[in-house]
Design a binder for this molecule. Structure first.
Ligand code: GLN
Length: 194
């Protein structure tokens, strides 16, 4: 059985853990390199990417997670997580470069402009075609690489994407009752594990 890790240094890791457990997954918190090596799939949650970068330093987790992703580990990256995986970040900030996109941080405005949006999702997510998503100081995807598929859009912008074993959401799918993004990630995790 796949063991799912949730990077639990900062941000919204607890809600991801609860949602994945509610779907019957085996879930562990990941805060160290040895905890990372014990999981076969990982959530990199939303929060504050600059704070997470600092907290990852002592165990060199940014590079260790990046190496695992390049070796095929399934990942669900949300909001700050997408920023950490991106190739390009504006304003410039260290990132893994594992996901072929460029992002602009805080591009939809300040915390007070946080919103629950209706995201248009592809059939792959199952019915209905609208998925609710919470945007909190979200990044905007400004460039999409050739092998990045768009699974969801909001106001025309790509907000739910997949590239190989990486599922990325610029919003917070763990904050609504719609569990389809996590179900999709579990399917990717089971497949990657075989
Ligand atoms: N603004 C945050 C950042 O730049 C991301 C916000 C979020 O994860 N909800 O890291």
């Amino acid at each position: 059985m796949t063991v799912y890790g949730v990077l639990a240094l900062q941000g919204d890791w607890a809600a991801h853990t609860e949602m994945l457990r509610g779907l019957g997954a085996d879930v562990c918190a990941v805060r160290t390199a040895s905890e990372l090596s014990a999981v076969s799939a990982l959530v990199v949650p939303g929060g504050e990417s600059s704070a997470m970068l600092r907290l990852m330093e002592p165990e060199n987790l940014l590079h260790k997670i990046s190496d695992r992703i390049r070796a095929g580990m399934a990942v669900l990256a949300t909001c700050a997580g997408v920023i950490l995986l991106a190739e390009g970040v504006d304003p410039p900030q260290t990132s893994m470069g594992a996901l072929g996109i460029d992002v602009v941080r805080n591009a939809y405005g300040r915390q007070v402009y946080s919103t629950i949006a209706e995201i248009q999702v592809s059939d792959e997510l199952g019915a209905p075609p609208i998925l609710p998503g919470v945007f909190i100081r979200a990044p905007r995807i400004a460039r999409l690489g050739g092998d990045v598929e768009v699974l969801g859009r909001w106001r025309g912008d790509p907000v739910l994407i997949r590239q190989g074993c990486i599922l990325g959401a610029t919003f917070h799918p763990e904050l609504t009752n719609d569990r389809r993004v996590h179900q999709h990630f579990l399917r990717m995790g089971e497949k990657a594990h075989v």
